[in-house]
Structure formats: C-alpha cells, structure tokens
Design a binder for this molecule. Sequence first.
Ligand code: HEC
Length: 169
Amino acid sequence: MKRFSILPVVVLMASFWACGLQNTEGNDNGGGQDVQGIQDTNTVQHPQFYALYQAYFNTCANCHAPGAMGRTPDIEKSLDFSTADTAYATLKGQAQGLTGNVQACNGTPFIGQTYETSLLAAVLDGAVRAKFNAGSCTSDEVTDMTVKAGQPPAHFLESLKQWIDAGAP
Ligand code: HEC
C-alpha cells in the first residue's frame, strides 16, 4: 500500500510545478506591471537608486508605506517606500496631502533640477533645508526627516547628491 500512496503526491507536485510555469508565463505577457518590467528593473536600470534604498531609504517605510506602523493621518500621502520600485516611482512625483504648517509644500516635486532644489534633499540635509525655497515651501515648512528616520549612514548624502544631479536615473 505504501508504494502506491506516493503516486498521487508525485502527480500533485508535478501539477503545481506546471501551474507555476504557467503563472510565470501569464504574468510576463499579461500584468501591466511586468510588461514594463517594473519589478525587475531596479537592480538593472536604477542601480544607483537601488543602492540608496538599501543603504537608508528602506527605513522610511516605517511610516511612508500603506499600513505602516508609524503612519499618522498628517503624513505626506504619496510617498511609498515599501520597495525600491515603489520608492523610485513615487519620488518622481510631488508632495501631497500635507496638512497644517507643512501644507505649503503640497505640489512641490521631491526631486528638483539639482540636489539643492530637491525637497528630498531638504528633508535630510540641514544645509539644503536652510536655503530651501520652492515657492511657498521654504525652510520653515520643511521637516527634518532624520529626526524621524535616524541619521543616514556616512557618505549617503554625497551619493544622493550624485544621483539627483545626474538626473535621478
Ligand atoms: C516616524 C515616521 C516617519 C518616518 C520614519 C519618515 N517620515 Fe517623512 N513624514 C512623516 C510625517 C508625519 C510627515 C508629514 C508631516 C511633516 O512634514 O512633519 C512626513 C513628511 C515627509 C516629506 C514632506 C516634508 C515636508 O515637510 O514637506 C518628505 C519629503 C518625507 N517625509 C520624506 C521622508 C524620507 C525620505 C524618510 C526616510 C529617510 C522619511 N520621510 C521618514 C513621517 C515620517
């Protein structure tokens, strides 16, 4: 009896394996995300950003991610640091949903023409913050995110500057 009972298991495993193959194919041809290769592009097409994410930006997900533990109602609403992919995509947008004093920064791009004119740099680098002036969004309205996320590792800001000044590839 023991010998025979193995067969259904083998058949079952084989069909799971086949299903897996099918799904992979299906996703490659179907789901909009995979067609553009968004899930796979970071290490290949955005290596500089991927390194920044691994070094520090992943900690921002403690608050800036759907359902994050540290998320509060007054948080900036568009940033999503869940993965390097979502971080890269949402950092290309503009601040949204800020309330109170900081609402003056709504509509400000996170990444400007240069490091010095980027809201992303202003929330991390005190020197940039002090001189920041993007319309109504000035140093008074920009919050120091290192208070919330901890200090970035050594040379992180230099790497961030290189990435932004290269056009945030
Ligand atoms: C403990 C929770 C928390 C963490 C961690 C955190 N943030 Fe925030 N962030 C907030 C809240 C709340 C706001 C909105 C209110 C404010 O500006 O203080 C905000 C606002 C922002 C804004 C808009 C700021 C403005 O003043 O216009 C940016 C940009 C931002 N965060 C980036 C980051 C980045 C990058 C990291 C990681 C290095 C990070 N945040 C980590 C809670 C957090």
